[in-house]
Design a protein around this ligand. Structure first.
Ligand SMILES: [Zn+2]
Length: 400
């Protein structure tokens, strides 16, 4: 039945359809009966009853929808008595659209709101929305059998309401799935689903969340967990800024923020001077600043043994820092030491794995949220964001 479509191309010259004033083009096709019974292989099939003509949306061409129409064939096998309803390939049983029409709506929805898509395709926006909700499955399975590098990050749906995005960094870079929330059982459930599907994980990039690390290690004990370097620096800056505010309170004086938080190599001459003032007036704070810069240096290291040694000395310095935050910080870095070294391990092989790619996709998802003026429905946002993050070539894989 898959190939059973002959274009008996009875193309009607565009006729004005009643009321709308819009031109409709109908393509009539003939359904070819299968040669044998799909169930028992018997070669004799009889026509069984008549069915009325069916018409579905097919292709959008030059501002017009082309309808596909056919007379369904009802056949009955003489041996097993089963009846079949034959239809052209690419049409689902009760759908009013062909697969091509569904793909068209999904492609338009990648970068547009339902309203804009509906307007361009001359359809009702609720219909577009229903199609996306019904047919898009926001999930792709990575390669099975060969080792993959995965990553996980969260994206906010609304305040205090998060979703999670899973991606693959190697061998193919792509978004894999959008999960409805960021609860541990959801994430672990997803990881188990990957494992059960035969996915072999070589490395897993995450930010400094202990619960995520535990989940990855439980499900994929062989995987090397890699910490995302941007999050390590972000965490460093957060600590530094907290201490800056405390000193500022204590001394009732302003301590400039940017000279401390900006990467050293990007400071302006004025900021270098401001930093010098901090060094003289607030030595304990300056000590934390130096720890931050040294940590950045470690993250850029390309040799595992040298990084190990640098981390050792860094921990000694942090543990003995004048500011008590140094010890707290040291404990965190000590806890993530192996994951930092894993980052260096892959960097040394010319494979730098970070969350940068998935964060770019999260930015795309946020853009889609703005285009839709926010989403009330989670599933709706999930699916729209997912198709927006996937390249066009992947779309057929997403349709259920
Ligand atoms: Zn049969």
């Amino acid at each position: 039945m898959e190939k059973g479509i002959i274009g008996s191309l009875l193309n009607q010259p565009a006729s004005e359809s009643a009321g709308t004033g819009r031109k409709e083009i109908e393509l009539q096709v003939k359904v070819i009966p299968p040669r044998e019974c799909p169930r028992c292989g018997n070669g004799v099939l009889h026509r069984h009853g008549t069915v009325s003509k069916r018409r579905v949306l097919d292709a959008f061409l030059d501002g017009h929808w082309i309808y596909l129409s056919w007379i369904p064939l009802r056949l009955r096998c003489t041996r097993c008595r089963k009846t079949f309803l034959c239809r052209p390939a690419g049409v689902r049983p009760w759908s009013r659209l062909t697969d091509r029409a569904i793909r068209t709506m999904v492609e338009y929805s990648r970068r547009m709101s339902y309203t804009s898509t509906a307007e361009l395709l001359q359809l009702d926006r609720h219909r577009v929305r229903r199609v996306i909700l019904k047919y898009v499955e926001p999930n792709i399975l990575p390669e099975q059998g060969q080792p993959v590098v995965l990553t996980l990050d969260e994206l906010s749906f609304s305040r205090h309401d998060y979703m999670s995005m899973a991606g693959e960094l190697a061998p193919t870079r792509r978004v894999l799935s959008l999960l409805d929330n960021d609860l541990m059982r959801t994430i672990e459930g997803y990881l188990r689903y990957l494992k059960d599907s035969g996915v072999v994980v070589e490395a897993f990039v995450i930010d400094m969340k202990d619960s995520w690390r535990k989940a990855v290690k439980r499900v994929f004990p062989q995987a090397k967990v890699v910490v995302d370097p941007f999050h390590v620096v972000q965490d460093a800056n957060r600590r530094l800024d907290e201490c800056r505010k405390i000193e500022q309170e204590a001394y009732k004086t302003d301590i400039p923020r940017y000279p401390l938080l900006k990467p050293r190599e990007k400071l302006t001459p004025k900021q270098v001077q401001q930093l010098e003032v901090v060094r003289r007036k607030f030595p304990a704070l300056y000590e934390l600043y130096q720890l931050k810069e040294e940590l950045r240096d470690i993250l850029r290291e390309r040799d595992v043994e040298r990084a190990r040694e640098k981390i050792y000395w860094w921990l000694v310095a942090a543990d003995t820092a004048a500011n008590a935050e140094g010890r707290v910080w040291a404990n965190t870095i000590r806890s993530w030491r192996e994951e930092i070294l894993n980052l260096i391990y892959f960097t040394a092989q010319g494979r730098r794995y970070t969350n940068g790619y998935i964060e770019g996709k999260i930015t795309v998802a946020k853009m889609i949220k703005r285009l839709g003026f926010g989403f009330r429905n989670r599933q709706s946002f999930l699916k729209r964001a997912f198709i927006g993050c996937c390249p066009r070539s992947v779309i057929p894989q997403l349709l259920t």
